[in-house]
Design a protein. Structure first.
Length: 432
């Protein structure tokens, strides 16, 4: 079939190589800075609690507001992003989140914090859908697991850098600078993102990526190139797709663990083991670094060993999450180095499924519904999963102590693994 494919000119091949690299680099660093404007709160919480007298439930409420608004925004923004210019969508969203961080750093009221962080969550939702859309259009299915994994390390780079930056700002300058400094940096990054990012290959006069990659599905992609209606996008390719539902439920449990670890570890270590702000923040750095390597390994294995099937590696990695969680719970060797090793292992195994859920949602839906499908899974991840890790989990810690925190994490590990079972044989079945 490859003999029947359109023949690209030398100039088109050069353009594809150039723009694939430039688009990837743009969405990579762009998403790093979305984490700068999203994650500072976790590292400032102990200082905010001490300065303003908030309890864990109060702090959890602020986190829940972001999670709920972000989750809804990911779905709504996903639908819009499938029909919008990714360049404008992503850069404007980043700039607004930067401004909201600057305002947040100047506030002192719990309710104002909640409103500002909810608005921040809404515009945070402008980051992921354009990336999902561009990865679906610039990288073909046979390579997407690896490229998606590489791009997903932007989560970890952003999470690791903000852990050090926000912790240092909080300890040496005061908690307000944990929002001021990332806000200014991200505002500048948003302007740069607008200058470097572009939309799909078609917007640059190039054919579908399958033509460039010489893949059999290219001809079908050209024949069926059309804009899906809102009803067809959401109903046919998302709500009636059982795979998307299983992925969404799995995403809920993954994000209970991920957000719980991200948001509460610093407070846990400063309260129970009396670590400094910077020491506790450094363990989250290793959590993110573990996730970086875990995602690359998971994406590579799912492409090469399981031939594009994401279910088996998701199940294996999810079950292995239980090992470092149990070790953290019982603290075998409670010193900074050992805890950092536990956090690295936890990130390694957890971020593989976290990343591949989004990749599988795109591949098991329609190419032109990529952002909507990933946004629907994101709805469950944040409106339910990350939101639960906010106020409800904070209240659990207030009532049952840190033992309750770890019980919730262990339950989430095994429930998430159960959700991956129906996906063991699921493969690339979407229409293009």
């Amino acid at each position: 079939m490859s003999d029947s494919l359109p023949v690209l000119t030398a100039a088109q091949k050069t353009n594809f190589r150039y723009w694939r690299f430039r688009i990837f680099l743009s969405i990579y660093y762009g998403y790093v800075f979305f984490y700068f404007t999203r994650k500072a709160l976790a590292f400032a919480m102990p200082a905010i609690s001490k300065d303003l007298g908030f309890d864990k439930a109060d702090l959890g409420l602020i986190g829940t507001m972001l999670a709920v608004s972000y989750g809804v925004s990911k779905l709504v923004s996903g639908i819009i992003a499938d029909r919008s210019d990714a360049r404008l969508f992503m850069s404007v969203g980043l700039f607004i989140t930067a401004v909201l961080n600057l305002v947040f750093g100047s506030a002192s009221s719990l309710y104002l914090f909640a409103v500002l962080w909810a608005l921040n969550g809404w515009f945070q939702g402008f980051g992921w859908p354009p990336c999902a859309r561009l990865l679906a259009h610039w990288y073909s299915q046979s390579e997407r697991g690896t490229w998606w994994a590489l791009w997903s390390t932007s989560h970890n780079i952003g999470g690791a850098l903000i852990a050090i930056l926000a912790s240092s700002c909080t300890q040496y300058l005061g908690w307000r600078y944990a929002f001021y400094v990332p806000g200014v940096i991200s505002a500048v990054a948003a302007c740069f993102l607008f200058m470097t990012l572009r939309d799909t290959p078609g917007s640059l006069g190039l054919p579908p990526v399958e033509v460039y990659r010489k893949e059999p599905e290219a001809l079908e992609a050209i024949k069926t190139k059309r804009v899906l209606s809102f009803k067809e996008t959401l109903l046919t390719y998302v709500l009636k797709n059982p795979y998307i539902w299983f992925l969404s439920f799995a995403s809920f449990f993954v994000y209970v663990i991920r957000t719980g670890v991200n948001d509460w570890t610093v407070m846990y270590l400063t309260e129970v083991y009396h670590m400094s702000q910077v020491e506790a923040g450094s363990t989250v750095f290793w959590f993110e670094m573990g996730g970086l390597f875990g995602m690359i390994v998971a994406g590579f294995i799912s492409d090469r060993l399981f031939r594009g099937k994401r279910g088996p590696i998701n199940l294996i990695f999810m079950l292995l999450v239980a090992v470092p969680v149990f070790a953290m719970w019982n603290m075998f060797g409670a010193n900074l180095i050992v805890i950092s090793v536990y956090m690295f292992a936890l990130g390694f195994f957890l971020f593989g499924p976290q990343m591949l859920i989004g990749c599988a949602a795109v591949e098991l839906s329609h190419k032109n519904a990529a952002a909507t499908a990933s946004g629907f899974a994101g709805l469950f991840a944040y409106v339910f999963g990350a939101a639960f890790a906010g106020y409800p989990l904070g209240k659990t810690i207030d009532v049952f102590g840190w033992q309750g925190f770890f019980v919730v994490l262990i339950i989430s590990v095994f429930c998430g693994a159960i959700c991956f079972l129906p996906l063991l044989k699921a493969h690339h079945k979407r229409e293009v």
